[in-house]
Design a protein around this ligand. Structure first.
Ligand code: PLP
Length: 412
C-alpha cells in the first residue's frame, strides 16, 4: 500500500507557512481562521497536486488506452491506497470515493432502505448532523423501519445507559458521529460498536469531524462503515470516502448505476462489477481524489501525538478563557471533546457575534450548525462556534477573546 512516511516534528509556525491563505488579511487585520469544523484550509502541496494533475496528466481513468489515461489512473488509484493505509482498511476494495460525508452516508442509507423491513429499528443519537439524521429518516420512511433517537445529557455526552437499553434484537443499524460538529463531543466509538455488534446491527460512524483529530483504525473500531470528507482533512471539496467492510459492501445494494460499475451488460440486464468500482458509477472526481490523497499523505507525515497535544492545548485554553468570560455560556462541555468551542453570549444573538468578530478578522460559524434538533434539545436557537485545527495558535485563541470583549462592549 502507501510508502513508509518519516514523521515530521510538530512546529506550528512551520505548519502555518505551508498554508498560503493563513497569511491573508481581512480589512487590514490578520485572518484568524476558526471555522475548521466547516472546512479546513489547504496546504500548498495539495494545491500543487491539483494544478499538477490538470497540467500534466488530465484524462479519464480506467478506460483510456493512452499514456495520460494510464498516469491519471495510476495517481487516482494510488490515492485510494493512501486512504486505505490511513484508516487501516483490510483492503483497497473497501475504499469508495464519494463527493463527501453526506454522499457516503446516503450510499449506505439508500442500500439500507432496501434491506430494512417494517418493525426493524435504526438507532441514531440526539447529536447528529442533519446528514446523519435526515438520511435515516428517509431510509426509515421508505422501508417502514422505525427511527430511534438515543438521548444525550446536558453536557452534550451520549447517555450510554440509554444507548445500551435502546439496542435490541430489532435494531438493524446504528449510526452516530465520531465527533459532534456542534459540540466537539468525542464518542466512545469502539465501545458503541461493540454494543451494536452484540445485537448484530450494522454500524455506520459519521467520521466527518473525527478523522482530522484522532487516528482512525477502522478494523480496530469495529464499525461496518466510516464516512468522511476530504475538505475537513486539509483536502479539496467535492471529494470524500466511504469506507465499508468488504463482506458488508459485497452484499450492499448499489445506489447509482451506469458506466464503470458493471461487469457485463446486455439490453436486458447488467451484472455489477467488483468492489470498489461497483459503487463508483460514472466519471469520478479524479483531480480531487488525487488532492485528497496528497492531503492524507501530508497529514500522515505529522507526529499525531504532538498534533493531538497541540489541539488539546488550544481547546483547554479556549475553555479556560470562556469560563472566565462574564456572560458567556459554553454549549457542550463533554469530558472528552476536541476542537470545538460552541457558546452563547448574554448580550447578543450568535449571528451578531459572528458579524462583529468578522469585522476584526476572526472567522467563526454561527447558527444551528446543521444540527437543528440538537440545538432544540439544548435549549438554544443556535450558537457561535469557534473550531480549531492543528495550524491554529494559542495567540489566535487569545485574539478570539480580545475580540469578544469588544463585541460585548458593542452589544452590551
Ligand atoms: N457529519 C458531520 C458531523 C459534519 O460535521 C458534516 C459537515 O459539517 C457532515 C456530516 C457533512 O459533511 P459534508 O458536508 O462534507 O458532506
Amino acid at each position: 500500500m502507501g510508502a513508509v512516511i518519516n514523521k515530521q516534528a510538530f512546529d506550528v509556525q512551520a505548519i502555518r507557512r505551508q498554508f498560503p491563505i493563513l497569511s491573508r488579511e481581512i480589512d487590514g487585520k490578520p485572518l484568524v481562521y476558526l471555522d475548521n469544523a466547516a472546512t479546513t484550509q489547504k496546504p500548498q502541496c495539495v494545491i500543487d497536486a491539483l494544478v499538477d494533475y490538470y497540467t500534466t496528466c488530465n484524462a479519464n481513468v480506467h478506460r483510456g488506452a493512452h499514456r495520460l489515461a494510464d498516469e491519471a489512473t495510476q495517481r487516482y488509484e494510488q490515492a485510494r491506497d493512501t486512504i486505505a493505509t490511513f484508516v487501516n482498511a483490510a483492503s483497497r476494495r473497501e475504499v469508495i470515493w464519494t463527493s463527501g460525508t453526506t454522499e457516503s452516508i446516503n450510499i449506505v442509507a439508500i442500500g439500507a432502505a432496501q434491506l430494512l423491513r417494517e418493525g426493524d429499528e435504526v438507532l441514531v443519537t440526539q447529536m447528529e448532523h442533519h446528514a446523519n439524521l435526515v438520511t435515516w429518516q428517509q431510509a426509515c420512511k421508505r422501508s417502514g423501519a422505525k427511527l430511534v433517537v438515543c438521548p444525550i445529557d446536558e453536557n452534550g455526552e451520549l447517555n450510554l445507559t440509554a444507548f445500551g437499553q435502546l439496542l435490541n434484537e430489532r435494531t438493524r443499524l446504528v449510526a452516530f458521529p465520531h465527533v459532534s460538529n456542534a459540540l466537539g463531543t468525542v464518542n466512545p466509538v469502539k465501545d458503541l460498536c461493540q454494543q451494536a455488534k452484540a445485537v448484530n446491527a450494522w454500524v455506520l460512524v459519521d467520521g466527518a469531524q473525527g478523522i482530522a483529530h484522532e487516528p482512525v483504525d477502522v478494523q480496530d473500531l469495529g464499525c461496518d462503515f466510516y464516512a468522511f470528507s476530504g475538505h475537513k482533512l486539509f483536502g479539496p471539496t467535492g471529494i470524500g470516502v466511504l469506507w465499508g467492510r468488504e463482506s458488508v459492501l459485497a452484499e450492499w445494494p448499489v445506489w447509482q448505476t451506469g458506466g464503470e460499475m458493471i461487469a457485463t451488460v446486455t439490453y436486458e440486464r447488467a451484472i455489477w462489477g467488483e468492489l470498489p468500482g461497483r459503487f463508483e458509477a460514472g466519471t469520478p472526481n479524479i483531480a480531487d481524489a488525487i488532492g485528497m490523497g496528497k492531503a492524507v499523505e501530508w497529514f500522515s507525515a505529522l507526529d499525531m501525538p504532538a498534533v493531538m497535544a497541540h489541539e488539546r492545548a488550544l481547546i483547554e485554553s479556549a475553555t479556560e478563557q470562556a469560563e472566565a468570560f462574564e456572560g458567556l455560556r459554553i454549549v457542550g462541555t463533554a469530558r472528552n471533546k476536541v476542537g470545538v468551542l460552541s457558546f452563547v453570549l448574554d448580550e447578543g444573538h450568535p449571528a451578531d457575534v459572528g458579524f462583529l468578530l468578522d469585522r476584526q478578522g476572526i472567522a467563526i460559524r454561527t447558527g444551528h450548525h446543521c444540527a437543528e434538533p440538537l440545538m432544540g434539545r439544548l435549549g438554544v436557537p443556535g450558537t457561535a462556534r469557534a473550531s480549531f485545527a492543528l495550524y491554529n495558535t494559542l495567540e489566535e485563541v487569545g485574539a478570539l477573546f480580545t475580540a469578544l470583549q469588544k463585541v460585548r462592549n458593542l452589544l452590551g
